[in-house]
Design a protein around this ligand. Structure first.
Ligand code: BTN
Length: 278
């Protein structure tokens, strides 16, 4: 493994059990955004980057989905992963679902916090967001050139200190951190990252070899969205109904509206009402 700008890098992640993800890791103490670094690396040189990871202790200009910011104080996990998977561009949304599923798996392996997934790619604990995923995709001639998967986990941070800053942003439904849920106890971030990269690699190999079906099955088992009454905000329009299923090939959310029509939702913010379908 190759590490740069090492904070504990000589010790960190040395036992990683992956074949390509995390074989090269660039560690930083602080950056504007790991996503920006990964994107510029991938744009300059798109060969031999498969599995390269950029990790920073904090970010000055963390980027979230839909033009939002991602507040990134020290103590959180901020990483961007460059992959060049052998999949069709239409399957790329599965990469963000499997990344969120991997974070969920690791939280549930390392803690008893019962993390779940809010479609498409938020990881939640007790309905509050603990992790977000950002996917940047480069496609050439109908073929994936590279994908940068950005992952931000509110790990060992106190969200009560950052909450007021983001409460007013669109799509906000509450945030939490592992430390807050864990009554102040900290998790080992390097063990977390190692397990996370191992999980992501094994799901990507599964996706390349056997398609999305089993991954979506695993995803549905920890879904916090299915069976609930939801409103989906799609730019200026709202769609109300019950989240009845997730498409097993492309990961779309299927919503049944009161008229009985099934709508396929490709992307958007989902607002969940806490009413279970009878
Ligand atoms: C979201 O809005 O839910 C996605 C947040 C993604 C944040 C991560 S932190 C690491 C990477 N670098 C960034 O600037 N953003 C992503």
């Amino acid at each position: 493994m190759f590490c740069t700008e090492g904070i504990n890098s000589e010790h960190a992640l040395c036992d990683i059990g992956t074949s390509y993800i995390g074989r090269t890791i660039h560690f930083y103490r602080t950056v504007d955004s790991t996503q920006a670094i990964a994107l510029s690396l991938a744009e300059q040189r798109s060969d031999n980057l498969h599995g390269t990871v950029i990790i920073s202790e904090d970010q000055r200009k963390g980027r979230g989905r839909m033009g939002r910011k991602w507040i990134s104080p020290r103590g959180g996990i901020y990483l961007s992963l460059i992959v060049q998977p052998k999949i069709e561009p239409t399957q790329s949304s599965i990469l963000s679902l499997l990344s969120a599923l991997s974070v969920c798996n690791v939280i549930n392996k390392m803690t008893n916090l019962n993390a779940k997934l809010k479609w498409p790619n938020d990881v939640v604990i007790n309905g509050r967001k603990v992790c977000g995923i950002l996917l940047d995709l480069s496609i050439d001639d109908d073929k994936i050139n590279f994908v940068v998967i950005g992952i931000g986990v509110n790990a060992n941070i106190d969200v009560t200190k950052i909450d007021p800053d983001i409460q007013t942003s669109s799509g906000y439904y509450g945030i939490t951190s592992l430390k807050n849920e864990f009554h102040g106890k900290k998790i080992d971030k390097f063990v977390f990252i190692q397990l996370l990269l191992e999980n992501i690699e094994s799901y990507i190999i599964q996706l390349e070899n056997r398609g999305a079906k089993e991954i979506i099955k695993n995803y549905k088992e920890v879904s916090d969205t299915l069976g609930k009454v939801v409103t989906v905000k799609q730019s200026t329009k709202f769609l109300h109904g019950i989240a009845v299923d997730i498409d097993e090939n492309e990961g779309f959310l299927l919503i049944e509206t009161p008229s009985g029509c099934i709508h396929k939702v490709v992307s958007g913010d989902v607002i969940i009402k806490n009413i279970k379908k009878a």
